[in-house]
Design a protein. Sequence first.
Length: 102
Amino acid sequence: IDAFNQLSIAKEKLSPADRLVYEILLIPYYKERLNTIKFKLIFADNCNLLNAQIRLVNEACTFLNHSSHIKELLEIILSVLNHLNSTPTHRILTLDDLSKVC
């Protein structure tokens, strides 16, 4: 705004684009208003992108939940941990324990 006010050129002699910028700068809270317009313009695209990413995460979770190979891998990990933790004072870990940790 200060740069426009310090211009020695009359506002009427500015190019249409410069005149528009000058007029926008005179609007109260123009930055907040422009940010609101930008938010409204990109909101739908951001929602669509987020929904697609959520779908991918849900598909991955469903795959992992129903995968017998993952279950076997977790059972092997638990067996190794239980073997390493074989002192009589410690209890044996189960698949439920591992899922609570993750």
